[in-house]
Design a protein around this ligand. Structure first.
Ligand code: PFF
Length: 452
């Protein structure tokens, strides 16, 4: 059977941007920026994207496009079957499982909140406390949390089931423009509120006193998570790409879209938060505790609350699709399975694996591993350990094992003109992938496990 390919260049860009743009941009980025000095964090985040994000993104897409394989097959092929490098690919597939299992739980909250918003619940929350109590009651309800988690998994599986072109590409081509339009509508609403300028000042005037070593690490970690790096999602999407396409340009377009969406989400959220007199540093609860109060106070809050949670759901679906595709591609490429069988079986297993995460907020609330509940434990292991480890080995693999002599000619395919005109590009990629990326990732990794 012939391996699938993207139908068009824009199809790849929208699908990859769909993977990158997710809960990380709309839920995580604003609350981390809010709690870490606003503009100062944004500045560090942008630096991290340029120093690490871009070079590692090029490397991942390149490995995929060169081999036309899933992460395991790709490393196996380029390392001539080395068991060590093959298992690095395996780590990516494992990380895909783990991330999807809890990511889909949070995404389920977004789906559930579309329904809450449509029911008009957000008319009546004078304080974040009241909204927080409502949120806790919902996630404390096993049926609510598991039901929406299951619904979200079913939606994700449906897209992946239809394959690369008919499922992922078509879905991204429809959902991503809707996401852009919804976000623009919300940004305009935010900017036209009385008192919006205070939110803008918060986002653009750095408060350096809030910056600590920890802030830099958060910015680096966020750069990684938001670009879907370190577990082979971009590698797998790159594997369906044509050799005629330009990796650096496509990569930069993906980064630009992802960064723009994070910043626009920040504008939409902080203008509204400041205009209604809320606090920007509510932490992970910003969206679920603070925004309901914003919607209660904002003119047109009913409709904007529905639009906001639809936006969040769409962003999460296109990211979850890429996580499930990594697992599916592995079983299709390496084990010769039918896509349908792989999606049904591993979508199902991911759901079972996610159950303890969903139950961490109710019946399993007292269950602890290293002092963390199951949800936080899986989040920590995958986002703080497996992704940086993956990114570290991807940069080491390209720079030191596969080698630039082989990698550069492949990277230049489809981008000959660009490299002819911009000699610095080759040196930038080499230097950053060889030195900056591995060293900085290692620092993040060691600090996140408390060694430094
Ligand atoms: N980039 C996604 C987000 O920002 O929400 C999360 C993610 C998706 C991480 C896919 C890793 C991945 F492979």
């Amino acid at each position: 059977m012939q391996r699938e390919k993207w139908g068009s260049k824009i199809g790849f860009i929208l699908a990859a941007a769909g993977s990158a743009i997710g809960l990380g941009n709309i839920w995580k980025f604003p609350y981390i920026a809010g709690a870490n000095g606003g503009a100062a964090f944004v500045f560090l985040y942008l630096i991290s994207i340029i120093l690490i994000g871009v070079p590692v993104l090029f490397a991942e897409i390149l490995i995929g496009r060169t081999t036309n394989r899933n992460p395991v097959g790709a490393f196996k092929k380029l390392s001539n079957g080395s068991p060590f490098w093959t298992s690095i690919g395996g780590l990516g597939v494992l990380a895909g499982f783990l991330i999807l299992s809890y990511y889909a739980v949070v995404a389920g909250w977004a789906v559930g909140y579309v329904v809450e918003a449509a029911r008009g619940v957000f008319y009546d929350f004078p304080t974040p406390d009241a909204a927080g109590r409502h949120f806790n009651a919902l996630i404390g309800n096993v049926y609510w949390i598991v039901g929406y988690f299951a619904l979200f998994m079913a939606i994700t599986m449906a897209f992946v089931l239809f394959g690369v072109q008919k499922g992922i590409e078509k879905g991204s081509k429809i959902m991503m423009p809707i996401l852009f339009i919804l976000l623009i509508v919300l940004v305009v609403r935010g900017l036209t509120l009385d008192g919006a300028s205070e939110g803008m000042r918060f986002l653009w005037n750095p408060d350096w006193s809030k910056v600590t070593g920890q802030t830099i690490l958060l910015a680096l970690g966020q750069a990684f998570f938001t670009l879907s790096l370190g577990m082979g999602a971009m590698l797998t999407y790159g594997s369906y790409m044509s050799k005629k396409d330009n990796i650096p340009i496509s990569g930069l377009e993906i980064v630009a879209l992802d960064t723009a969406i994070a910043i626009l989400a920040g504008i939409a959220i902080f203008t509204a938060v400041f205009a209604t007199g809320q606090s920007p540093n509510a932490g992970p609860g910003l969206i679920f505790h603070t925004l309901p109060v914003v919607f209660t106070k904002m003119p047109g809050g009913y409709i904007f609350s529905i639009l906001f949670f639809i936006l969040l759901t769409i962003a999460a679906v296109t990211s979850a699709i890429s996580l499930l595709e990594v697992i599916t591609a592995y079983f299709v490429d390496e084990k010769g399975w039918h896509r349908k069988k792989a999606v049904m079986i591993f979508g199902g297993i991911t759901f079972l694996l996610g159950l303890p995460s969903a139950l961490s907020y109710n019946v399993m609330a007292d269950f602890r591993i290293f002092g963390l509940n199951f949800f936080d434990f899986i989040d920590f292991i995958s986002a703080n350990i497996l992704l940086p480890v993956g990114g570290l080995f991807i940069s080491i693999f390209v720079a030191y094992f596969w080698g630039f002599d082989k990698a550069i000619p492949n990277l230049k395919q489809g981008a000959e003109n660009l490299f002819d005109k911009n000699h610095w590009l080759e040196s930038y990629w080499k230097v950053f992938l060889k030195f900056f990326a591995p060293v900085l990732i290692l620092i993040v990794l060691l600090s996140s496990i408390g060694i430094i």
